[in-house]
Design a binder for this molecule. Structure first.
Ligand code: HEC
Length: 215
């Protein structure tokens, strides 16, 4: 029954927000987070000009993450169908960052993909917040939450941060699974020395889409 979460100047409440997200799990956890944010906004008595609507920002981030997936996946599927997985590796490495950059320009959100076992070590290694969220995603999935619904957000250092879990489906296993063909394996080794992103089973959390924007 919380109204929309109106948040006052959040820097001051950072500690509170961070500790609340430690216990954040599922919809109930989110409500508790929203409640705390609302409470801290009221305590801070900030005028409306400095308020942030966390629910609206989360919804926005969710939609842009959805746009990212719904743009990348058909491109990948098409490339796999037309020219096979070895060619599709190039599509992944070139198109994914291009799609993310185009979305960033259109939306104002920085969009990246990160993983606890990155393939592209330079672009996909998580920062501290992303790492802890990905670890919590794994725990939450083990505790029974549907992986596809895992989301997290937080206000941190003047930014709104958002993550959504990305699971491995059957298509993904061609390049991220346990039985990767020799030609795909050697193409991956050539492009990505130190690749950690193989050995997954279907339904595991491959990583997350991470969005952030300055407040
Ligand atoms: C044709 C091979 C191929 C397929 C199929 C594929 N990927 Fe990838 N994936 C890659 C490559 C190559 C990269 C590295 C891209 C780059 O350099 O940014 C990557 C990177 C990623 C990343 C970014 C983090 C990282 O480890 O670099 C995620 C998340 C990811 N893939 C998830 C998936 C999911 C989910 C699917 C299925 C829907 C999938 N991939 C299907 C080849 C593939």
């Amino acid at each position: 029954m919380w109204p929309r979460c109106m948040i006052g100047l959040l820097q001051a409440q950072k500690t509170l927000v961070m500790s609340s997200t430690q216990t954040m799990a599922g919809p109930a956890g989110k409500e508790r987070l929203c409640g705390l944010l609302l409470l801290s906004a009221l305590t801070a008595c900030q005028p409306s000009a400095s308020e942030i609507d966390a629910d609206a920002l989360e919804k926005q981030a969710d939609e842009w993450a959805g746009r990212f997936i719904s743009t990348l996946q058909p491109t990948l599927q098409q490339a796999m169908r037309d020219d096979g997985p070895v060619h599709a590796i190039t599509v992944c490495s070139e198109q994914a960052p291009q799609i993310a950059a185009a979305l960033a320009k259109e939306s104002g959100w920085a969009v990246t993909r990160v993983s606890l076992q990155p393939r592209n070590i330079s672009s996909a290694s998580p920062d501290d917040w992303e790492r802890s969220v990905l670890q919590r995603f794994d725990q939450r999935q083990r505790a029974g939450e549907p992986g596809a619904e895992l989301r997290a957000f937080e206000v941190l250092d003047g930014e709104f941060r958002y993550m959504q879990a990305q699971l491995t489906g059957p298509l993904c296993l061609t390049c991220h699974g346990q039985n990767i063909s020799d030609d795909v394996r050697s193409a991956l080794a050539e492009h990505y020395p130190g690749d950690l992103a193989t050995g997954y089973a279907a339904g595991e959390i491959r990583g997350g889409i991470s969005l952030r924007r300055a407040l």
